[in-house]
Design a protein around this ligand. Structure first.
Ligand SMILES: [Zn+2]
Ligand SMILES: [Zn+2]
Length: 253
């Protein structure tokens, strides 16, 4: 993946500054011992999601024993997602936005390393069992405007840390009416049904594999569901989902 020049310059400048100046907290200007850490106050403000949480969607449970023996929340029980398991590192709250919005909109690409480490901890089991890691794609127009896909940066971090193969282009995303002429009949149907599809050139990499799908934020789950369906349609053995942050109550956002 090619990072935008200004992001590389920013990263290089930060790396240089880290050598010259004491490192600062991930989310404030407080000095810390090493780069990529929180200060004590910001660490206290960060809502890490740990067990107990819904095994299907990563929703943190308020009390132990919630979700029954299978640890599945009411929503997933009533309407099971197409993926098998999902985990999120953080609750999507004000503090999580201080990490995720600069990564997404302000070229703070170095935040992907810290978020990736948090995701690797939350999704250790999923990562250990994954055959391949695949990011949720950006629509091409948006990728051109933003010049990098934050989900791909996170996927690269978790894949590298766990020594799992990363396939950045396993999924394509459609927004406007797509040109379907180059797709096989089956893929064309999938493209019409949903906004995501696996290009024919990538089907062999997905077929029979347990795929770990990576995104920055899980809100309603519709995006990950579209991606999971496309991956399963292409023959994936199973799909798990790993995100940096999860919205606890999608209706509140
Ligand atoms: Zn701080
Ligand atoms: Zn659930």
């Amino acid at each position: 993946m090619i990072l935008p020049a200004r992001a590389v310059a920013h990263y290089a400048t930060r790396a240089l500054l880290d050598l010259l100046l004491p490192p600062t907290c991930l989310t404030c200007d407080q000095q810390v011992d090493a780069p990529g850490r929180f200060c004590v106050t910001c660490f206290g403000l960060t809502s890490f999601i740990t067990d107990p949480c819904c095994h299907a969607c990563g929703l943190p449970f308020e009390v132990a024993g919630q979700g029954g023996r299978e640890r599945i929340c009411h929503t997933c029980r009533a309407n099971p997602p197409p993926w098998e398991r999902a985990r999120a590192a953080l609750r999507y709250d004000k503090q999580a936005r201080r990490l995720l919005l600069p990564l997404k909109y302000h070229d703070r690409v170095e935040l992907a390393a810290s978020l990736g480490a948090m995701m690797a901890r939350a999704g250790a089991v999923l990562l250990a069992e994954a055959d391949v890691v695949v990011p949720v794609p950006l629509h091409r127009q948006r990728l051109r405007a933003r010049r990098y896909n934050q989900a791909a940066l996170l996927a690269r971090q978790v894949a590298r840390g766990a020594k799992r193969p990363l396939i950045v282009d396993a999924l394509r995303r459609i927004r406007a009416t797509p040109s379907l002429a180059f797709l096989s009949a089956e893929r064309r149907q999938a493209a019409v049904d949903g906004a995501f599809w696996v290009p024919d050139t990538r089907v062999a990499d997905i077929e029979g594999r347990r795929v770990l799908l990576v995104d920055d934020v899980l809100t309603s789950g519709a995006t990950c569901a579209g991606c999971a369906e496309a991956l399963l349609d292409a023959g994936a053995a199973a799909v798990d989902v790993l995100v940096a942050a999860r919205v606890s109550n999608p209706r509140a956002h």
